[in-house]
Design a protein around this ligand. Structure first.
Ligand code: HSE
Length: 435
C-alpha cells in the first residue's frame, strides 16, 4: 500500500486554502513524483464557517490549534497564521511534539529564526520556509541547495509586490502614491493596513532571512536601515525617468568579507537593467557570487496558488526525507549551526553611493552656487544638474542633481545644511542609485 504523509494546517486563510486546493487538484502529479500520498488530516482556524472556495470535509476543521499540534498522526505542521505570537509558541510546541514544520512567516523568522532553527535542529527535524520570501520564487532552495558551493557576495530584491505595484502604476500612469495605493487595495493586492508593505518592513524581514542563509550570520533585525515608498513623489519618478532611471523599492544585502550592508529603501535603477523592468506585483531576486556573475529569479511573490505551491513543495521535500529516513539533510540556516558566525552590519552612514538629489528652491541668482558650494564642502561631486524652468515669479522650482560616488554621512550633513538656506522652500529629498 502507498505510504501516506499526514499534514495539519494552522491558519486557513488565503495561503492555507491554496495549499489545500493544490493538494487536492494536483494529487496525481504529487503522488507520481513523491511515491506517497500527502493528506491534510486537520485544519485549525478561528473562523471555520466561511467559504474558502475549496472542498473541505467539515470533520477536519477545528478552532483549536492544539488539535493539530497534538494530533498523533500529523507528520508535518503547516503554520500559516503569520505574526509573532501565537505563531512562535505554536511552532515551538509542534517541534517539541516531534512534528516537522512548514511556515510562510517571514516576520517571525526574521526576528526569532535562531531560536526556531535551534529547536528544530535539536529535535533532528526539518523546517521549510520557501513561502516566506518571494512566494513562488524558489530563492530559499536556490541559496540552500543550488548555490551551496558558491560564495555569495550580494543579494538585491524587489520582494514586495504591493510596493512594486504602486511604484509601477505611479510610473506608468503618472498617478499619485495615494491613488496607486487605493487601487492596490481595491484589487486585493495590499492589506487593509498596508504599513509593513509600503514602509519597507516586509521587505526587510525577507532580506534579513536571505542574508542569514547567504552568509551564515545571525542578523539583528533592528540594525537594518529601512525606508519605505510613502515619501516617493510623482516628481521623483518623472525626474528619474529624465535621467534614464526607474525607482524601485529594493532590499539590498552586500557582503565584503568583513561586514554586511543590509538596507531597504527606494532606489534608482537604470532603465536598461532587468530589475528596473520587473513591474506590477512581480518580485525579483538577484544573487551575485564568485562562480556566476549574476542570477536573477523573477516570479509571483504573493497570492494563494503561487505561495501555496511553495508551501506544498516544502511539504513534499520533508516527505521525501521522512520516506528515506534522512535527518537534517539540509541545515535550516544553510550553514551548520557550528559554523554560524556573527558578521557586523554596516552603519548606513558609512556606505558610498551615487545619489539623486531633489531641491525645491526659489529661482534667484546665486542659488545654484550656494547649494553646490555646500555640496563641495562635503566632498560631494555633481555629475549632472537639471533646473526646471521658472514658474510664476516668487514660486519655488525643482533643482535636480545626480552626484558622483559620495559618502552617505556627508550627503546627510550637506542636505541638513542646505535645508537651512532661506532660498530653499521645502525639505530636500535624496534617493540612492543602484547600478
Ligand atoms: N505582502 C507581500 C507583498 C506578500 O505585497 O509582496 C507576502 O509576503
Amino acid at each position: 500500500m502507498m505510504r501516506k504523509i499526514n499534514v495539519g494546517i494552522i491558519g486557513f486563510g488565503t495561503i492555507g486554502s491554496g495549499v489545500l486546493k493544490i493538494l487536492q487538484d494536483n494529487s496525481d502529479v504529487i503522488r507520481k513524483r513523491l511515491g506517497a500520498i500527502v493528506e491534510v488530516v486537520k485544519i485549525a482556524d478561528l473562523d471555520i464557517t466561511s467559504d474558502r472556495g475549496v472542498r473541505v470535509d467539515p470533520k477536519l476543521l477545528t478552532t483549536q490549534a492544539q488539535e493539530v499540534i497534538k494530533h498523533p498522526e500529523v507528520d508535518v505542521v503547516v503554520e500559516l497564521i503569520g505574526g509573532y505570537e501565537p505563531a512562535r509558541s505554536l511552532i515551538l510546541q509542534a517541534v517539541n511534539e516531534g512534528k516537522h514544520v512548514v511556515t510562510a512567516n517571514k516576520a517571525l523568522l526574521a526576528k526569532h529564526g535562531s531560536e526556531i532553527f535551534s529547536a528544530v535542529e535539536n529535535q533532528q527535524l526539518s523546517i521549510g520556509f520557501e513561502a516566506a520570501v518571494g512566494g513562488a520564487i524558489p530563492i530559499i532552495r536556490a541559496i540552500r541547495e543550488s548555490f551551496v558551493a558558491n560564495k555569495i557576495y550580494s543579494i538585491e530584491g524587489i520582494v514586495n509586490g504591493t510596493a512594486n505595484y504602486i511604484l509601477s502604476k505611479m510610473s506608468d500612469e503618472q498617478c499619485s502614491f495615494d491613488l496607486a495605493l487605493k487601487e492596490a487595495q481595491d484589487k486585493g493586492f495590499a492589506e487593509a493596513d498596508p504599513t509593513f508593505d509600503i514602509e519597507g518592513i516586509d521587505s526587510a524581514h525577507k532580506i534579513a532571512i536571505l542574508s542569514q542563509l547567504a552568509y551564515g550570520t545571525p542578523v539583528n533585525f533592528g540594525d537594518i536601515t529601512i525606508q519605505g515608498i510613502s515619501g516617493v513623489s510623482i516628481d521623483d519618478i518623472e525626474c528619474a525617468r529624465e535621467f534614464g532611471y526607474r525607482i524601485k523599492l529594493l532590499a539590498i544585502s552586500k557582503f565584503d568579507g568583513d561586514s554586511v550592508d543590509i538596507r531597504v529603501h527606494p532606489a534608482m535603477i537604470p532603465q536598461s537593467n532587468l530589475m528596473a523592468n520587473v513591474n506590477g506585483v512581480l518580485n525579483a531576486v538577484r544573487v551575485c557570487d564568485d562562480l556566476m556573475e549574476e542570477n536573477i529569479l523573477i516570479g509571483h511573490g504573493a497570492g494563494s496558488l503561487p505561495t501555496g505551491s511553495a508551501v506544498v513543495a516544502d511539504i513534499i521535500e520533508i516527505s521525501r526525507d521522512i520516506l528515506s529516513g534522512s535527518k537534517l539533510r539540509v541545515s535550516p540556516r544553510s550553514f551548520l549551526s557550528t559554523s554560524i558566525k556573527t558578521i557586523p552590519i554596516l552603519n548606513i552612514e558609512s556606505i558610498d553611493s551615487e545619489y539623486f538629489l531633489r531641491f525645491s528652491v526659489f529661482d534667484n541668482p546665486g542659488v545654484l552656487s550656494l547649494i553646490s558650494g555646500i555640496l563641495g564642502k562635503y566632498s560631494i561631486g555633481i555629475f549632472s544638474v537639471i533646473q526646471k524652468g521658472r514658474c510664476d515669479e516668487g514660486k519655488a522650482v525643482p533643482l535636480i542633481m545626480m552626484t558622483h560616488h559620495s559618502n552617505e554621512k556627508n550627503i546627510q550633513l550637506a542636505l541638513r545644511e542646505i535645508d537651512k538656506l532661506k532660498v530653499v522652500y521645502e525639505k530636500s529629498n535624496f534617493i540612492r542609485v543602484e547600478k
